[in-house]
Design a protein around this ligand. Structure first.
Ligand code: AMP
Ligand code: MN
Ligand code: MN
Length: 330
């Protein structure tokens, strides 16, 4: 793995930067992108943020959120990009269709916290002991100059951290996470306002979808895992947007005694996206890997092609098999 000095040297030597992250943007992806964007601006560089997907509405409150471009908004970027920075992506395919642009960039900096990271960059900084990429960007900025951490940057990094830790509830939280959060808070940010923006902006349609989704809840015979299903019809009937699915699986995870929760959902492009969460030792990253997915030990996902019922059947029977094999049935 490369160190911060090596990354900073590449930053100093170059001018045009294109920053991206994974499809289905989350708070860590966006908060880290914007924090890095602000730092590069402060260093008199020319950064542009470009993702495949549009910024989910709940993140509009972030400073300069209009700088988070997506492929279809036709933002103008220079023909020749010196450095591409890929955040929060375990493999390069995770950036989706922006790969068409990134494949031609000579220098790629890969900054991530997924254990399954494939070190696809020219420079790679992967630390899976951190809660979020936001925590890594915080350290990177501190290694350059702590005074660079202003209120805007702190807001973005705090957002990255609280969204990737489920507001400090997940196993990826360490004393370091609280130290970073504490330092960010001392820079004038208001955690309750950030939390209000992220968690209290549900739409009527989004809550209706949550209701319908919870009605699909099923549990296996031994009460070890649960699953939810969201179809295109449910999204159409409620008028909810795809981005409003975010967070629904976390509610299923609150079910007492259930170790693993799964969400099967039909995507706009006729694929089945499966999300996995586990509360204990069952490694969902490994499990998702069986279906060409990945993530973290307690939160992972995969994207499958095929019919919803067939994929459900395949994944649930594989899980049942694994659990029997592990001898960890309740
Ligand atoms: P999600 O279920 O989409 O919220 O994702 C949970 C975690 O798994 C995140 O850290 C994602 O980056 C990761 N993840 C989700 N889908 C995939 C995939 N198809 N391949 C690799 N990692 C994934
Ligand atoms: Mn992410
Ligand atoms: Mn992350």
């Amino acid at each position: 793995m490369n160190n911060f000095d090596e990354i900073t040297k590449v930053v100093q030597k170059n001018n045009n930067f294109l920053i991206t992250s994974h499809i289905n943007l989350d708070g860590d992806a966006i908060g880290s992108e914007l924090a890095l964007y602000f730092i590069l601006k402060k260093l008199n560089k020319k950064p542009i943020i470009l993702n495949q997907d549009r910024l989910p509405k709940i993140y509009n409150f972030l400073p300069d959120s209009d700088k988070v471009h997506y492929l279809e908004d036709n933002c103008i970027y220079p023909k020749s990009i010196d450095v591409g920075i890929v955040l929060d992506c375990s493999n390069i395919e995770r950036i989706g269709r922006t790969y068409e642009i990134f494949k031609d960039i000579k220098t790629i900096i890969n900054i991530d916290h997924h254990k399954s990271n494939e070190n696809y960059g020219s420079l790679n900084y992967v630390d899976c002991s951190t809660s979020s990429v936001g925590e890594i960007i915080y350290e990177l900025i501190k290694s350059i100059d702590t005074d660079l951490l202003d209120e805007r940057i702190s807001t973005c990094l705090f957002t990255a951290i609280i969204t990737d830790t489920g507001s400090f509830r997940y196993s990826n939280v360490s004393s370091k996470t609280f130290e970073v959060a504490s330092h960010l808070t001392s820079n004038g940010i208001k955690p309750y306002l950030i939390a209000d923006n992220i968690y209290n902006k549900n739409t009527y349609a989004g809550l209706k979808l949550l209701g319908k989704s919870l009605l699909t809840l099923e549990v296996d015979g031994s009460n070890y895992f649960s699953w939810l299903t969201i179809t295109r019809k449910m999204l159409n009937d409620t008028n909810a947007k795809d981005e409003e699915i975010e967070g629904i699986i976390d509610i299923a995870t609150t079910l007492n005694n259930v170790e693993i929760s799964i969400l099967f959902r039909e995507t706009k492009d006729n694929k089945i996206k499966v999300s996995f969460r586990s509360k204990g030792n069952f490694n969902v990253n490994k499990f998702a890997g069986k279906f060409k997915g990945g993530g973290h030990p307690n939160a992972a996902g995969c994207l499958c092609s095929g019919k919803l019922d067939e994929i459900k059947e395949k994944i649930l029977s594989e899980l049942l098999n694994d659990i029997k094999h592990l001898g960890c049935e309740n």
